[in-house]
Every structure is written in structure tokens, then in C-alpha cells.
Design a protein around this ligand. Sequence first.
Ligand code: SF4
Length: 519
Amino acid sequence: MTGKKKLKVGILDIVTRRPRPTLYGRVMHGNLASIMPQAIAVWCEEEGHDVTFVCYTAVEDLFTAFPDELDILFIGAFTQSAQLAYAVSNLFRKKGVATVLGGPHARCYPEDAQLYFDYVLGFTDKPLVTDVLADCSQHRPMGLLMSARGQPVDLPGVRERWKFIEATLAKTATNFKIVPMIGSLGCPYTCSFCIDSVVKYQPLDFGVIRDDLQFLLTKFKRPIVGWHDPNFGVRFDDYLSVIEQADPDRRMRFIAESSLSLMSEEKVKRLANAGFEAVLPGIESWYDMGAKSKTGAKQAREKMLQVADHVNMIMRHIPYVQANFVMGLDSDEGPEPFELTKEFLDRTPGAFPAYSLFSAFGEAAPLNLELQKQNRVLRFPFHFLNNNQAMNVKPLHYSWPEFYSRLIDLKKHSFSVKAIARRAQATAGWIPKWMNVVRAISSEGWGRIKYHSDMLARLETDKSLRAFFERETEAVPQFYVDRVRNDLGAFWDHLPDGALEHEQNAYLHKVQSAAVAAQ
Ligand code: SF4
């Protein structure tokens, strides 16, 4: 620290966009913390600064959560929390604090974020954070855009992050506590809609993972680890060997996202034996992405039948399977994709379906450039961009009413009382059964059916809303403005002017400007 000013650093990990706790939130929000804000907290302390770390789960009072005279505030946010993050940043900037945005929103919408933060970070590693701390000044009206050349080559492990993890897990209302760990960054697959498709696959240090797992066994009787790897198990044998060595008594339980292609029966048995109790394979579409589901060129019903067999095989060994789908992709047309998904659910009664609406998050993925060129991206406020509350890409083969009608029909099929009962019956273990029932009858299942049904009714009756959906106007409908105001509560007054809107084609404009400059 010699010669360096000791800074008061605030770190805010926003996991929810609404300052109101719900029952689900009290159980789960503390389990949804990100790893990067914890890593930044460790790096700031290593640099000798005073750190106040807050994982925002909706129960904290952000007006008083940080000490007075903070020098700098780092905020990590997904796009759905952007408006809350902008309001918090504004509140602190008015007090003279320098603010920094990192995380997915900063990577997807950097130019927009520059309007509301002093620093906006792309890829972030320790040298980059050290540079920000050394500068620690106001950059207004346009924040400074900074990025490392790639993802960090290493990250602080659980042992180093423990005090931040422990404080965050203490906020969960039950003993169901998930420790966030990561063993790899990026993905070797190239799903064109995915932010990780353009990040080189890179395993992290397996020695750190082994040490972290052994450390966790001293903290919990039966620890639960949620792997944050975008695609767990690319280096399957290395990974599993480390887990098996670290936990010979098989006390640990694990949750991971993995593509079906990496889950042969032999591997699934090994996962189950190592303590994996939940896996989240991405099926995405019945027409594309054959490589990641190991269905090759098979399409439509043929692919569905193969995937259903595959998922049933996994469920014979692992109790909880969440099947991820993206609805409204350009390859979808007519009733078939929805009907195939229904048949898939009938054939795999134990699997929990998770539906994402096809969305284009700024410059997250290569496909977004093409969608912006085609003028198909809508200017929904960020607050609704969470793959569920809004679909910001105009579907290629559906009118909006047709799309919503088919989506509602599929969801009613997925979360009918009969389907919930069959799912509970086909699932082993009371925690997986309980999770499936709660998710189906809460805001995720029945809640979204109601939300989409309201939306369909509005599309038929609210002319300004329909005009916005049809790209006839950019004016954000009052319906959405009112919802943001209601959701932000006291933070609405701190939302900067203009922060409800953004340039939805900023990525295209940037690429075009770069091309002109290069001529
Ligand atoms: S397999 Fe999953 S993580 Fe990898 S690029 Fe595709 S969607 Fe992204």
C-alpha cells in the first residue's frame, strides 16, 4: 500500500431487479449470486482497500447498505437489472462516488452503460481492476470503456471468496444453500444466440478446484455446489477425477449446465456416483443445434424422439433434469415446434421444461448483428429483457398473437395439474419433487401463463402496444413504463432521464462506423 491511497470500495452484486422480497426470493436469491463481484472484492482487498460487499437480494436497503464517503462503487448486473443499476449509480454519483459497471449488461450494451457509469468493463481481470482503482475518478458525461484482452486466466477460489459467499448464503431463508463455483470459462460450441459462443473455452486450475471442494467439506455436512461453467464437463475426465479425489466419501451434491452431447450413459452414471443431483441440458430447438444435443442432422420429430430417450436415460440416474428450450427461433414455423415440445414432455414426464423467449441482448452474440440489420429488434426497456417478460426479436414466421397463443397453449400443457402430478411421480427425492411443484405453481409456471395471457389480450386491444410490437413506433408503451415505475419503487426517482430507452441497433451502428473508418 505504500504511497497508495486506501480507498473505500463498495461492491454490489444485483441478483433481482425489484426491491421487494418474495417467498421464492427469500429462498433462492442468496443462491443466485455471481462469482465475478466476489472475485473483484478479493482483488480489491489484496490491493489493500476497504471493501463493503453487498449481494442485493431485495431485502437490503441500498440507501444505507454502504458506508458514507465511499470512493468507488462496482456494480455487477444482468440486463434485466440495468434500470435498477442505473438508478443506484445515479444516486451514488450525485454523492461524488465513481461508479463502475461490470457483468453481462456491460458486455451487451457498453455504449448505453457509458452514459450512466464512470467506468464500463468488458472482460475483467485483476490488472484491469487495479487500473480502475489507481485511476478512481469521475468520467462524465461518457464513462470510460475498459476491457482485458480476454477472460481472466485464473479466479479466486471458494477459500478466498468465503467471507463473501458465507454472508450471501446467510440470506437464504432455508438450509438449501448453493455455493457458486466455476471450473471453466467459454464454450467450444457455437450456438449463434449465445454470449459464450464467442468466448474461447478455457479450463481453470483444477488444483484450486480440488482445494475448494476439500475446504467446503469442512464448512457443511453435505455441501451443494452450483457450477457456473457455461458448459460443464467439456474436460469431463479431468473434472470428475478432481471431484472424486476431493470427496471420496461422496458427501457433496452438485448442479451443472451441460450439453446433451457430453452426457453418454457411462458419463451420466459417473456424474450420479459423484453426487450430481441436477443437470440442466440445453435442447433449445428441434431444428437446429444438432451438435450440442448429439442428434447430428436429425430434425423435428426424429430429433425429439432421440432427445426424449436421452433425457429419460439421464433421469434413471440423476433425479432433477431441467430441459432448456428457446422459443421463437427463426427455424420455428407453424404449430410443429410447440406440438413436438408437448409430445416430448409427455414422453419425459419427470423433466422440468424451462422456456426462454428468443432475445437479442445487444452485442452479446453474432446473430444479433444480423437481426439488427433486418430491423427486427424491438426497443423494450432493459427491465423486461430476461428471456421471459419480453421477446425483443420480431418472430420470422409468426404474428405476435399466433406466437403468444401457441406459447400459452404449450405452457398450459407443461404446467397443468396433471403434468405437475406426473412430474412429481416420475421424480425421485423430496427436494426435486418439491422444486418441481413450487416452480410450476409459482411465478415461473402459472405466473407466466397469466402474464402471457394478459399480453395476448393487450395485443388485441391496446393499439399503442401493438404498434410498438409491430415496429411502427419506438415509443415505449405506457404499460411498460408503469411496470418499471412500480417495480423500482423508491429507486424510480433516481432513474436518470432517458434511461428507460436505448438504441437497440447500437451494435450494428458500431460495426458500420468501424467499417467506414477502416476504408
Ligand atoms: S452449448 Fe450452451 S454455452 Fe455453449 S455456445 Fe451453446 S448455448 Fe452457449
